[in-house]
Design a protein around this ligand. Structure first.
Ligand SMILES: C[S@@+](CC[C@H](N)C(=O)[O-])C[C@H]1O[C@@H](n2cnc3c(N)ncnc32)[C@H](O)[C@@H]1O
Length: 220
């Protein structure tokens, strides 16, 4: 936890209730140790979806479909949601949880390959992308994301502060975590220093990067 626990508990106590179906799924995920978005990220996503009204949404990292259904709940009712997951243990639950939702398309397989495939086939850009998959791969997804995101679209990346360790020198990071530490720093540097993304990093949950895509950089 990045923010003082006491403060985070208080902020969470202000968050509104989620629908019963989502509440049940959240409890199931927590009981079964499935890593899903926590309250602060849920509230931020809800806010962004209501404010931006995206019509074409892409999620990378479905797990059992909790965040997918939360996104569906707060997005406009005619929004189309595409979500990608590769692990069978998660997919078997995602298929069941998402099957009665015709506006949600579950793509099964490695996002690296599936994003590349989508970027060659997909003509309409995604105006909202939620990235919540393997943290060490974020940088490798970015090329495809650039092709897939629509101009003025938003990219929301979860877990970017690595429980605060991102701010530590690489020498104080355990050797086995150094690769992920470097990759995440490179990813955040790229998002915050490239012409086409305008990015703010916030200490919400485990850290979130909000990136606004502007194809023409500062010119438009
Ligand atoms: C943190 S969980 C996602 C949680 C979900 N967004 C939620 O809040 O309900 C990350 C998921 O990304 C999946 N994942 C990681 N790397 C992936 C990849 N390269 N392609 C597809 N899925 C991937 C993992 O299997 C895992 O289920």
């Amino acid at each position: 936890m990045i923010v003082n626990e006491h403060i985070e508990d208080y902020i969470n106590s202000l968050a509104g209730d989620i629908p019963e179906e989502l509440d049940r799924l959240e409890k199931w995920a927590l009981d079964n140790k499935v890593p899903i978005i926590r309250k602060p990220m849920q509230s931020l996503l809800a806010f962004l979806l209501k404010e931006r009204n995206p019509r074409n949404i892409l999620e990378i990292g479905t797990a059992i479909g909790f965040s997918t259904l939360l996104i569906e709940h707060y997005a406009p009712c005619d929004a189309k949601i595409t979500t990608i997951e590769k692990v069978e243990m998660r997919l078997k639950h995602a298929r069941k949880n998402l099957k009665d939702h015709p506006n949600i398309t579950l793509i099964e397989g490695d996002a690296l390959e599936k994003l590349e495939m989508l970027s060659t086939n997909h003509t309409e850009g995604y105006d909202f992308i939620f990235l919540d998959a393997a943290k060490g791969q974020y940088m490798s997804f970015l090329n495809s994301i650039r092709k897939l995101i629509s101009d003025k679209g938003i990219l929301v990346t979860d877990n970017v502060l690595l429980e605060g360790s991102i701010a530590e020198s690489k020498f104080s990071i355990e050797r086995r975590d150094r690769t992920i530490h470097k990759r995440m720093r490179d990813y955040l540097y790229e998002l915050t220093h490239s012409e086409d993304f305008m990015t703010v990093v916030l200490p919400v949950g485990d850290g979130v990067a909000l990136s606004y895509f502007n194809k023409n950089g500062g010119d438009a």
